[in-house]
Each structure stands twice: as structure tokens, then as C-alpha cells.
Design a protein. Structure first.
Length: 255
């Protein structure tokens, strides 16, 4: 109780707002929570990159859990797709966590970001010029392994890689977003469990708590937005967000 009483909620307000904004986008479009949080924490608030990454991974356990439950309530989850993503995604995440200790992920990051820029542009063009044709995605398990691996080894990538590629294959946008968001909870737990085991209460009660509060509050709103957006609008919005965030990330890596 003394620790809770000592919390300065005024100081937490910027982190609450960052968590809220990032989860609102992520819950509605299936990507960008990590990218938005990391950019604002590091570039705007001056948080060290390693500290920002560690806090975001812990926060994602809470935000993806809340988001998954919200998507479940709004019936945005495709259960066959959920189970096709789950095990390969967790395997990829665990492999990525182990590889991170011996391989520098920045080597492949520019190539992944360049690929995501192209995917974002294609989704934008497809959403603007061609009526979306909904069909069952065929390439799922390999995509989940790659997305989980990049998310753990590179500090992010599950949403941009998996959501965008499932949409390219013709998946129904709101079902893709809801399903990918829900699977991400299990990915976040599997990747972060070792970190959380060594985490003190003081670390969680700091700015991390602000990100959790903002993210959890925004989760049901994002899920409701995903349910109400038309497939065409979602393709356009995903294309814009994916292109903008990936291009910015590529710029930061190359410059």
C-alpha cells in the first residue's frame, strides 16, 4: 500500500497517453504498439532504448491480454486461424529469444523493414483501387514462425509481419486483426517470462504502470473500431500505418 500511495500519477500521465494512443492503433489495425511506444519513449521522453524495449515487452502481456478478451467479446477471432498461428508463433518467439543472445538482429532489420514498406504500399493500393476479395489464408504456420522470431529477436514485428501478410493473402481484415492480436498475448508471455521472473515490483510500478493503464483502457475501444471499419477502409489504414512506421524505422536504421 505504501508503494501505491507513493505513485505520482501526474508523472505517469505521459506514459498513460502513450500507451492509450499506441494500443488504440494496435487494437484497431493489428500492429504498431511496440513501434509507437518505442519511438515516443526514446525520441520524445528520452528513455534509454534497452529500458524502453524491456518495459514494452512487459506491458504487451497486459495490453494483448485485454485486447484479446475485447476481440473475443466482439467476435473478431477466427478460431481455426488462431490455432494455426499459436504454436508456430510461440516456437518462433522462443527461438528468437535464444538467438538474440548470439546474433545481432540489426543485421537483418533493414531488409525486413524494406519488405514491410513494400507490403504497406501494396495494401494501400489494393485498398484504394481493388475491392477486397475475402478468402482463407493458405501460408500461415511459416509466417507465424517468422513473425514470432522477428518479434523476439528484433524487439517487434509480430503484428506488421503477420497481420499484413495475412491481409495480402485475402484474410478478412477484422478477423485477421482480432486473431493476430489474441495470439500475441501468448507470444508476449512466452518471450517475457524469463524477464518477469527477475523483475522487481519497483520496475513495474514506474512508467511501465502508466503504459499498462493507457493500453488496457484503449484495448476495448480498438477492438470495437476493428469490428466497425469496412474491409476497404481497414486495408487503406493498415497500408498507411505499415508504410509510415516501417519507412521511419528504415530511416532510423540507415541514417
Amino acid at each position: 500500500m505504501t508503494e501505491l500511495a507513493a505513485i505520482d500519477f501526474t508523472a505517469l500521465l505521459p506514459f498513460i497517453l502513450i500507451g492509450f494512443a499506441a494500443q488504440l492503433v494496435d487494437g484497431a489495425l493489428g500492429m504498431a504498439f511496440g513501434v509507437i511506444c518505442n519511438t515516443l519513449l526514446v525520441a520524445v521522453l528520452g528513455v534509454p532504448p534497452a529500458t524502453a524495449s524491456a518495459r514494452i515487452h512487459v506491458v504487451e502481456i497486459f495490453t494483448t491480454g485485454a485486447s484479446g478478451l475485447s476481440h473475443l467479446f466482439h467476435r473478431n477471432i477466427d478460431w481455426p486461424l488462431f490455432f494455426r498461428l499459436l504454436i508456430p508463433g510461440v516456437i518462433g518467439g522462443v527461438l528468437g529469444a535464444y538467438v538474440l543472445s548470439s546474433l545481432h538482429a540489426d543485421v537483418v532489420k533493414p531488409f525486413v523493414l524494406g519488405y514491410l514498406v513494400l507490403i504497406g504500399v501494396w495494401l494501400l493500393i489494393r485498398g484504394l483501387l481493388y475491392p477486397p476479395k475475402i478468402q482463407k489464408p493458405k501460408v500461415v504456420a511459416p509466417l507465424a514462425v517468422i513473425g514470432g522470431f522477428l518479434d523476439a529477436a528484433g524487439g517487434g514485428g509480430w503484428g506488421p509481419v503477420v497481420t499484413s501478410n495475412l491481409l495480402v493473402q485475402g484474410g478478412e481484415p477484422r478477423k485477421v486483426v482480432g486473431t493476430v492480436n489474441s495470439v500475441e498475448f501468448f507470444l508476449a508471455v512466452s518471450v517475457s517470462i524469463a524477464f518477469i521472473a527477475n523483475l522487481g515490483v519497483g520496475e513495474i510500478l514506474g512508467p511501465t504502470l502508466g503504459l499498462i493503464i493507457g493500453g488496457v483502457v484503449a484495448a476495448p475501444i480498438g477492438a470495437m473500431m476493428a469490428k466497425r471499419f469496412s474491409p476497404k477502409l481497414m486495408l487503406v489504414m493498415v497500408g498507411i500505418v505499415l508504410t509510415a512506421t516501417s519507412a521511419f524505422g528504415l530511416y532510423r536504421v540507415l541514417v
